[in-house]
Design a protein around this ligand. Structure first.
Ligand code: ATP
Ligand code: MG
Ligand code: FE
Length: 338
């Protein structure tokens, strides 16, 4: 039985076809980044309209690439939340309508569960239990993952998410949208230690984070005078080093506290090269294995939603049959953890 997955919570339309026996068969993605760039951020109404335009062509592409047809689909997973209400509604309405027409059930999926489980799509997947660092545009959380649907929140950010801090700081440095990857690229040219920024909550003794002060520290730097290209790179480097140091220290602390040996990194900031370098080096010294999703599965995608749906079904979740449906723009992950 094949599982079709749809992701439309924000500015990426993702479709994927997953076979519980053979793994991912095909997936396709359209990112709206270029469309939103002129506005410096995601415009919800434009996002919804674009999901409408993209879904059917992406579905056709996935079917064609996989060599399978819709009659082989046994269930349809889709992102029910959290995310932008209008964007979620497009994916949910499409998935529910398609499921009704095919006479198959649906599996509404929590977007963050998709991110959390995405490293299981790798050729060398982690095994339960593990600690997960979820670092995305909207979230920064450390979680103990004991199995599918068994998540314990260990710590999270009190204010900005790590990706949000990257994006906002990039804006301050005039790097455009979305700033995370651009800031990381600029930081590669910066000199370590040239600009020393605070490490918020590094020694707080718990697993909580706070990143909004870091952005303010950068604002102070750029406000004082106009920076040369090298100085901008040094500020970017200082910012990235600060955020990476805090993420690395607390993640390894969480793994130790839980008495585990595996750390999974999920979400868009997990693509950051410096974060990977530091984590790999320091984890290796402690005998901890670090797992990352493939780069294409770090940010939003349909494959992680199809996978989460398949794993939920395999774990005995009762799929939803025809009837009404709702999206959940705000939806704490704790509500699906048992
Ligand atoms: P959420 O899943 O919490 O709703 P999201 O889906 O918007 O948020 P993702 O798609 O997982 O988040 O990740 C996007 C974020 O990752 C953006 O903030 C982006 O700037 C950041 N990001 C992507 N690549 C990098 C990188 N190389 N370095 C730092 N940040 C990055
Ligand atoms: Mg996105
Ligand atoms: Fe996401």
């Amino acid at each position: 039985m094949l599982i079709l997955g749809f992701e439309s919570s924000c500015d990426e339309t993702g479709v994927a076809l997953y076979d519980p026996a053979r793994g991912l068969l095909a997936h396709a993605l359209h990112s709206q980044v270029a469309m939103h760039r002129d506005y410096g951020g995601v415009v919800p109404e434009l996002a919804s309209r674009d999901h409408i335009r993209r879904t059917v062509p992406l579905l056709r592409k996935v079917l064609e690439e996989s060599g399978h047809s819709l009659d082989e689909v046994g269930a349809i997973a889709y992102t029910q939340g959290p995310g932008l209400a209008g964007a979620l509604l497009v994916g949910a309405a499409f998935a529910e309508a398609l499921a009704t027409s095919l006479g198959v059930p649906t599996v509404p999926v929590h977007h963050l569960e998709g991110h959390l489980l995405s490293p299981l799509l790798s050729a060398r997947p982690p095994r339960f239990p593990f600690v997960a660092l979820l670092v995305s545009g909207g979230h920064t959380q450390l979680m103990r993952v004991a199995g599918v649907g068994d998540y314990e929140l260990l710590g999270e950010t009190l204010d900005d998410a790590a990706g949000e801090a990257f994006d906002k700081t990039a804006k301050l440095l005039g790097l455009g949208y979305p700033g995370g990857p651009a800031l990381a690229a600029l930081a590669e040219r910066g000199t370590a230690g040239a600009v020393k920024l605070p490490r918020p909550m590094l020694n707080s003794g718990d697993l909580m984070f706070s990143f909004s002060g870091l952005k303010t520290a950068v604002l102070t730097q750029v406000r004082e005078r106009s920076l040369s290209e090298q100085e901008r790179a040094d500020v970017a480097r200082g910012f990235q080093d600060a955020i990476v140091e805090v993420l690395v220290k607390k993640s390894l602390q969480a793994v130790k506290d839980c008495g585990l040996k595996q750390l999974v990194v999920a979400g868009g900031v997990g693509a950051n090269r410096e974060l990977r370098r530091q984590l790999d080096a320091r984890a290796a010294r402690r005998g901890i294995a670090v797992y990352y999703p493939e780069l294409e599965f770090c940010t939003d995608n349909g494959a992680m939603i199809a996978l989460a749906g398949a794993l939920r079904l395999a774990a005995g979740a009762v799929p939803k049959t025809a009837g009404g449906f709702a999206v959940r723009p705000r939806w704490p992950l704790a509500e699906i953890s048992g």
